[in-house]
Design a protein around this ligand. Structure first.
Ligand code: ZN
Length: 212
């Protein structure tokens, strides 16, 4: 597994690197993103710490804005997980509120009004600041949803099953309350340890990589 994972990392590192903030117009409308995080390394270079895609057509730019720009944890599980780790690291009791999603009317009735909207905005801003400082990403252009989802799952499985890729001692995810994040070294809880990429998939990813 680690040889396939090493080859995957070699391919991804030749892609055009986007930093945060990024130009949404420079992204393909459909695709898969692969994230690197400052301080995280494996296979002699930056380590993949998250892979993601989108289901609906033409949603890649808006998905990336939901993660990195729009300050609403309930529209991005990635933001929610960064916030969880930041709060948990500080043993901040606001973590219990951060867990509550008040997007729907039913949920607002269940949880009541946001008790501390100022605090929530502060945490959202901390998440954005962490992201801007630590993350960069590369994208694969993939028009067909079924292919995006299949490759996303295989990418995640390849990295999660690799014995050579693991988190640094200082990785923020070690403070996550989510065991799957802590143990996988990835900002992910799904598609871990399933079917990995094969040689044909690696060839296809080389074709789909956006490198300029
Ligand atoms: Zn690896």
């Amino acid at each position: 597994m680690s040889e396939v994972c090493a080859e995957l990392h070699r391919i991804v590192r030749t892609g055009k690197l986007h930093r945060v903030p990024f130009d949404a117009r420079a992204l393909p409308k459909n695709g898969i993103y692969v994230l690197f995080e400052r301080g995280e390394v494996c296979h002699d270079g930056p380590r993949i710490v998250r892979v993601g895609t989108h289901t609906g057509d033409d949603q890649l730019p808006s998905r990336m804005q939901q993660h990195f720009v729009k300050e609403n944890k309930d529209r991005s599980i990635f933001r929610k997980n960064i916030g969880r780790a930041l709060l948990n690291r500080e043993s901040d009791p606001y973590l219990a509120e951060w867990e509550k999603d008040r997007t729907s009317r039913a949920q607002r009735q269940r949880f009541g009004l946001e008790p501390d909207p100022v605090k929530r905005r502060e945490v959202e801003a901390s998440v954005t600041a962490y992201m801007r400082e630590h993350f960069s990403f590369v994208v694969f252009s993939a028009e067909v949803a079924a292919e995006r989802l299949s490759l996303e799952s295989k990418l995640i499985s390849t990295v999660s099953r690799c014995g050579a890729c693991g988190p640094s001692d200082r990785w923020l995810g070690r403070s996550s309350p989510k065991e799957k994040i802590r143990s996988s070294g990835l900002w992910l809880v799904n598609e871990l340890g399933k079917v990995p990429l094969d040689a044909a998939d690696l060839g296809r990813l080389s074709e789909l990589l956006v490198d300029r």
